[in-house]
Design a protein around this ligand. Structure first.
Ligand code: BG6
Length: 494
């Protein structure tokens, strides 16, 4: 199914996200025929641009994203428009009324409008109010939807307050809280792997699973984003949203049917079952770290404190490792170890399901354990690891693997996360967007961690290019486990 005819209004149109992600994603959708000719994009920001200057900038974005200059590209750019608005002045939003009326008329969009909030979070509550002041939120003439970028709040209180503010003007069915991890093909594949194979689901519980590892590692540092990142840290930047959503996909119960409500009911349910931490338990289950400078491949890499925009005394964590448990029948007693960090040895996001060993070791005491590795990125795929006999005399075993790589699927139209999510929002499918109860559950769970940080909780140093502080190894070693040390490539040589 393709998108409805509609006008996409991007607030924050002069920003980085519009340039790097949104416009390239819309162009890709257009070039594979997933957008009808009846669409327009109205960029909105404070800067004074004409339609032509905006088009010129976006043309630059598309070329930078690797597209060739072509007739298709020019045609796409002709659908782009721009309106300067002082986004904190409610009266100024009046300018959008005739502009949108004109575009709806021109493209026969029946009033359907998708507002994308890609602005600083301080405007997330203000923009809906100002739109409403000019009647731009009502659905009497076509649907009106609001995509809100992360972060949705700064903690549970601010997330709730933001919800109240937005809900004054937009109903929950109009709100699409974007978490780009949910748009990743391999995250969605987790659901298909689990719920459409008789092979895995019977094993997917505490009777057969020993522990679960979730890793979101990045090789890059904070770069130019020090100013933003310092107020956020790995906990808010990666764990509270992306990694908890991934955890929910691993642990949720099968929904009765696949639709936005039943899927999101199950996600919220499992997030509510996370075993709550408290001031005491948080200390034993959490390790925070911050990278220090190092030489990587002969090049000196800055430590976090030397990055632009980072205060000299900052104790913001660029690494986190956490042991969580889920209090329900399926998962009672199974530890979930989640870690994420910047300046780790490689970029990799993966889930490792470690199965329990056989009840009695017939052949060897150190037979390899059975694991299922679900690689979200890069080198997307799945690898099953188990033990087989080493050729030759005796019955020693060695680890072998059965691998599936996404690259082997001839699928020319694989959508990127932003493409998939933009298209879903234009079709009115909220399945892969975070619902308010799930967002609150995530914030509630991390509350004691945020309090621990605020009260000066220990942040350990780790050298850039290593797998984080030694304390994170100890955290998992306490239970006789070890973190996997993944490399960028998943395929194993047998
Ligand atoms: C963003 C974070 O939400 O996700 C970044 O703000 C992080 O700090 C990025 O680098 C990771 O996304 P991906 O898709 O590259 O894994």
């Amino acid at each position: 199914m393709n998108a409805d005819n509609n006008c996409i209004v991007i607030f924050g149109a002069s920003g980085d996200l519009t340039y790097r992600k949104l416009i390239p994603a819309l162009y890709d959708l257009y070039s594979i025929g997933r957008l009808t000719e009846n669409f327009s994009v109205l960029g909105v920001a404070r800067s004074e641009f004409s339609d032509e200057t905006f088009r010129e900038k976006m043309r630059g974005a598309l070329l930078e994203a690797g597209n060739e200059s072509s007739e298709m590209l020019e045609k796409f750019c002709s659908h782009l428009y721009y309106q300067a608005v002082n986004t904190s002045d409610s009266n100024d939003y009046g300018k959008l009324v005739p502009r949108l009326a004109e575009l709806h008329e021109l493209y026969q969009t029946q009033g359907n409008t998708l507002y994308y909030l890609s602005t600083p979070p301080s405007l997330y509550g203000i923009i809906p109010e100002c739109l409403a002041a000019h009647g731009l939120n009502t659905e009497e003439n076509g649907w009106k939807r609001l995509i809100v970028e992360k972060p949705f709040g700064y903690d549970i209180e601010t997330a709730k307050a933001l919800d109240i503010q937005i809900h004054h003007y937009f109903a929950e069915h109009q709100i699409y809280r974007i978490d780009h991890y949910l748009g990743k093909e391999t995250v969605q594949n987790l659901l298909v792997l689990r719920f459409s194979n008789g092979l895995f689901e019977p094993l997917w519980n505490r009777n057969f699973i020993d522990y679960v590892e979730i890793t979101g590692a990045e090789a890059i540092g904070v770069g130019d984003r020090g100013g933003y990142y310092d107020g956020s840290g790995a906990m808010r930047d990666m764990f509270q949203n992306h990694l908890l959503q991934v955890l929910a996909m691993v642990a949720m119960e099968p929904p009765a049917i696949i639709n936005a409500d039943s899927m999101r009911d199950e996600v919220a349910k499992v997030l509510h079952c996370l075993h709550p931490l408290n001031t005491e338990t948080v200390k034993h289950n959490l390790v925070l770290g911050q990278y220090t400078s190092a030489e990587i491949n002969g090049e000196k890499v800055k430590g976090y404190l030397e990055e632009k925009g980072v205060p000299a005394e900052s104790s913001t964590e660029t690494y986190m490792a956490l042991r969580c448990e889920i209090d329900n029948w399926r998962w009672a007693g199974v530890p979930f170890y989640v870690r994420s960090g910047k300046r780790l040895p490689t970029r990799v996001t993966e889930i490792v399901i470690h199965f329990k060993t056989t009840p009695h070791p017939v052949f060897s005491q150190n037979a390899p354990d059975n694991k299922l590795i679900i690689r979200i990125q890069p080198d997307e795929g799945i690898s099953m690891r188990f033990g087989l006999k080493k050729p030759g005399s005796g019955f020693d075993s060695k680890e072998v693997s059965m691998d599936f790589s996404y690259a082997d699927l001839a699928s020319p139209n694989l959508l990127t996360a932003y493409e998939r999510l933009l298209l879903d929002a234009m079709k009115g499918d909220a399945t892969l967007f975070a619902r308010t109860d799930a967002v609150h559950a995530c914030w509630k769970f991390v509350e004691p961690i945020l309090a621990y940080k605020k009260n000066g909780g220990r942040v350990y140093d780790y050298e850039a290019g290593t797998w984080g502080p030694k304390e994170a190894d100890r955290l998992i070693a306490k239970e006789g486990k070890v973190w996997r040390r993944p490399s960028g490539k998943m395929k194993k040589k047998v």
